[in-house]
Design a protein around this ligand. Structure first.
Ligand SMILES: [Mg+2]
Length: 424
């Protein structure tokens, strides 16, 4: 029985999502900007071919992008999150065991019945994802996660592979490993790559074959595992159920620097509302809440402040968390500082399934049920009719400080009002 590990990875994921909801953008150079329309964080392959680099501040290359006819989009995380969920659902229904590794990557463990021809299986899956979601993916196959990552790199880097590469099907994998630079090996960070290069280790093959004791002196058991993985001996198991989150954070930059208490309070309240929704989705309660804000690190009088409150009863009820966090806003506010960012972090997270009750502060069973039902109803309405359909008054009505997203595409997959209209 053949066993294999595959890594399925979306190509230029954010750009591909934009092209998926607006097919007129397919084949055009396109870039996606970070929060507040700051820097380039994603490029279509056509934009890469024009030599546009990642991380470039938009204001610096705006005219150049105009001149080259590059389409620019603000980041639309509601769209990317939804497309990611659809991608993972499609993969789940076509794979035996799946580990969601990132927003656009999943490891898959394969044994029979797919074993007869892994490449055919991978090509069919790739075609299905493209047909159903309009997303291009690359699939790399090996006997370990490390090998699958390398194979995926080769599937993307060499156009002749057409998005699928199976390291198991090669008679000798060494030349392929030799073609991969050390910086492109999964698990090799900037510091380790530098250390390897100083010793003449420049490729994945050289890393695999270098003396193990030297590598273990540098990075211990992790280095040994890395070598085993490159040899095709699986050391890293598939993680199908992710560990529960230890903290949940929501933070964002403002559209313009603020020094007004009402605006800071609206922002903190907005982030608390979002963080509470996340907690409910994760089936967790928070035991403490931290709020923070800061001015620009480039301003002459840099200001940064955090404040924390501990809850008597861990909760994911928005009202409880707002009540705990709003007094903290007074603590972090400074009237003479221009604040550019704020956020909230929920910590001491407990599973909602095993909740400790408080002898003196608890709610009656009936009251608790009503409170939970209210949150469920709000979440349901916001999910069905779009975020913000039911909101808390303290968040403000259309606040001006919200981050800049002037070039935002539609939420075509998550908002009924923004579903594209087809005229036939
Ligand atoms: Mg990707």
């Amino acid at each position: 029985m053949v066993q294999a590990t595959a890594l399925i990875d979306g190509n230029n994921f954010y750009a591909a999502c934009e092209q998926s909801i607006d097919p007129s953008l397919v084949g055009k150079p396109l870039v996606v900007l970070s929060n507040n329309d700051g820097c380039i964080v994603a490029r279509s392959s056509e934009a890469r071919a024009l030599g546009i680099s990642m991380g470039k501040p938009y204001f610096k290359i705006r005219h150049e992008l105009d001149r080259l006819g590059v389409v620019v989009r603000s980041s639309n995380y509601a769209l990317y999150g939804d497309m990611s969920q659809r991608l993972m659902e499609t993969l789940k229904s076509n794979c035996e065991q799946l580990e969601i590794y990132s927003i656009d990557e999943a490891f898959v463990h394969l044994s029979s019945p797919f074993s007869s021809d892994l490449c055919t299986w991978a090509r069919q899956l790739r075609a299905k994802v493209h047909r159903d979601l309009g997303l291009p993916v690359s699939i790399g196959l090996g006997t370990s996660k490390g090998q699958a990552k390398l194979a995926n790199h080769l599937a993307k880097a060499i156009p002749a592979h057409a998005g699928v590469f199976n390291l198991l099907a090669t008679s000798n994998a060494d030349p392929w490993l030799q073609s991969i630079a050390i910086e492109n090996v999964w698990g090799v960070g900037r510091e380790l790559a530098k250390w390897c290069r100083l010793r003449g280790i420049k490729t994945a093959l050289q890393l695999r074959d270098m003396p193990s004791h030297e590598l273990s002196m540098k990075c211990g058991i992790t280095g040994i595992r890395l070598q085993h993985e490159l040899h095709g001996q699986a050391c890293l198991p598939l993680v199908q159920a992710p560990a529960p989150k230890k903290e949940t954070c929501v933070s964002q930059s403002f559209r313009y620097p603020i020094n007004n208490f009402i605006e800071l309070r609206q922002a903190i309240a907005t982030y608390v509302v979002r963080a509470s929704e996340k907690l409910r989705r994760q089936r967790q309660h928070a035991g403490s809440i931290t709020v923070f804000t800061r001015s620009s690190p480039f301003s002459p009088s840099f200001y940064k402040k955090t404040a924390t409150a501990y809850l008597d009863l861990p909760s994911n009820n928005t009202a409880d968390l707002l009540q705990a966090s709003l007094p903290l806003t007074k603590e972090i506010f400074h009237p003479h500082r221009r604040l550019i960012k704020a956020g909230v972090t929920m910590r001491n997270l407990h599973s909602a399934n095993y909740l400790q009750q408080h002898l003196l502060l608890g709610y009656s069973e009936e009251m608790q049920e009503r409170r939970e039902q209210l949150m469920k109803t709000i979440d349901h309405l916001n999910l069905q009719y779009g975020n913000g359909t039911v909101n808390w008054a303290i968040c403000g009505l259309q606040p001006k400080w919200r981050m800049r997203r002037d070039l935002l595409s539609h939420a075509s997959t998550t908002c009924l009002k923004q579903i594209p209209i087809v005229k036939a």
